[in-house]
Design a protein around this ligand. Structure first.
Ligand code: AMP
Ligand code: MG
Length: 419
């Protein structure tokens, strides 16, 4: 089945609103195995909407349109749809009752605009909108389906998720694509490709592997296109296991997981706590860690010794070490790690010090040079990174490397009591 996406709204044509609805719908339809073959945006104009509906059904069996249903505007979209089907608008008492109920509960007064919103094309089947007043509309003209949805993204998404996507999934000829995404850190795209070469050559034609790189991470998405749902699910699971075996500790999770959450699971599984000493990242690692629900179970806190004198006064880094080696050096991050473990009383720690850039580099300490240290008092590990010139990217990459190295350290130094 092919789909045509139509967005209605002057504000989109003017560039005041970005058309995120089409992007969201494109992603969701792809997951269902429905191919989007064209996207179109028109203004709030009767003739334009009418013409684009005609064009849509010339090219696709499914047209999904968003926008033009709000209470404050003319009901241009609904009138155009009624004209398209040669039908009229009828008053939906059900919608009117619902709007009145919602507004009474909120202690607000219903306006004439809301009453206007209740006129629907006679052949519309209404789809409930738990996030707003305008219901979605489903039209089926001898198997050619039109969906009209509000422009407000979260309302559109709620109607799709609650009502439309489950129904689309049931349509004849729709076979949802099965996806499984593995998340990796520490290996580059080409390194992964090398390790997976034989695996990829052996993949059956209906299963595909996509590399989705982002700074510091590569997501590996397996997709299965044909065949019975449960068989494909099992096949994808099996291939994912094979990738895990080939990539080992580089795989830290799947789906929407994060590196910091993976570190958190390891720490709580091992009954350990962590603290951070962050110079060049200025608390960014702490920020990512505290974004994990339940982090208080295993995260103690951070010291941000940005100035050298704080490295000495707060973490006990000897002034002579700073003088002899410079703040961005192996001995200093090791001392920072030692200091934060001792002063915050954590079992393991992360320390980072680097030249984030874009200025401040020297011949021996170029921009992008970062030293990180991870581990405990007995087995500290220092890692040298040579990153790029972009300050924000360097901060982000330092955090990702630090979290990944702590993760590897934890996997290699399990406490004796936990298996
Ligand atoms: P409407 O249903 O046309 O009244 O749109 C309501 C609101 O939804 C508008 O103010 C826009 O900000 C937003 N909106 C409409 N269409 C889109 C779209 N395609 N993508 C993202 N936001 C949209
Ligand atoms: Mg609009």
């Amino acid at each position: 089945m092919n789909a045509f996406l139509l967005t209605v709204g002057d504000e989109i044509l003017l560039g005041q609103t970005l058309d995120t609805n089409s992007a969201w719908l494109g992603r969701e339809l792809n997951l269902l195995g429905i191919r989007v073959i064209r996207r179109l945006t028109v203004g709030d104009d009767h003739n334009e909407i009418l013409a684009s509906l005609e064009e849509g059904f010339r090219t696709a069996g499914l047209v999904i349109m968003t926008g033009g249903l709000g209470p404050t505007k003319d009901d241009i979209t609904k009138k155009a749809i009624a004209a398209f089907y040669g039908t009229e608008l009828v008053f939906s008492e059900e919608t009117w009752q619902r709007i009145q109920r919602i507004f009474t509960r909120l202690g607000r007064t219903v306006t004439e605009g809301h009453r206007q919103q209740c006129w629907m094309p006679a052949n519309a089947r209404l789809l409930p909108n738990r996030m707003g007043t305008a219901p979605g509309m489903w039209f089926d003209d001898r198997g050619r389906i039109l969906l009209s949805l509000p422009g407000v993204p979260y309302e559109m998404q709620a109607i799709m998720e609650d009502a439309a996507l489950p129904e689309l999934r049931q349509l004849p000829g729709v076979t949802p694509i099965i996806h499984q995404t593995l998340l990796t850190a520490g290996l580059g795209e080409s390194e992964i490709a090398q390790r997976l070469e034989a695996f990829e050559d052996a993949l059956p034609a209906h299963i595909r592997l996509a590399y989705l790189p982002s700074p510091g991470l590569v997501r590996l998405r397996l997709s299965a296109y044909d065949g019975q749902q449960d068989i494909r699910k099992a096949e994808v699971d099996q291939q994912a296991e094979a990738i895990r075996a080939l990539l080992g500790h580089a795989v830290f999770g799947e789906g929407e997981d994060t590196l910091e959450a993976a570190v958190g699971r390891l720490l709580s599984g091992q009954g350990r706590t962590v603290a951070t000493a962050e110079s060049c990242t200025g608390g960014y690692i702490a920020h990512r860690i505290t974004g994990v629900a339940g982090a208080s179970q295993w995260y103690l806190g951070s010291i941000i010794p940005y100035h050298n004198y704080l490295k000495t006064s707060q973490l006990g880094v000897p002034a002579e070490t700073l003088f002899a080696h410079g703040a961005v050096s192996e001995p200093v991050v090791l001392d920072m790690l030692h200091g934060v473990l001792q002063r915050l009383g954590a079992d393991v720690g992360i320390a980072a010090s680097g030249v984030a850039g874009p200025g401040g580099g020297t011949e021996t300490k170029p921009v992008g040079l970062v030293w990180i240290a991870v581990g405990d008092m007995h087995h500290p590990r220092a890692i040298r990174l040579q990153l790029g010139k972009d300050r924000q990217k360097n901060i982000e990459m330092t955090a990702i490397h630090a979290l990944q190295h702590l993760r590897l350290w934890l996997l290699e130094h399990r406490p004796e009591t936990s298996g």
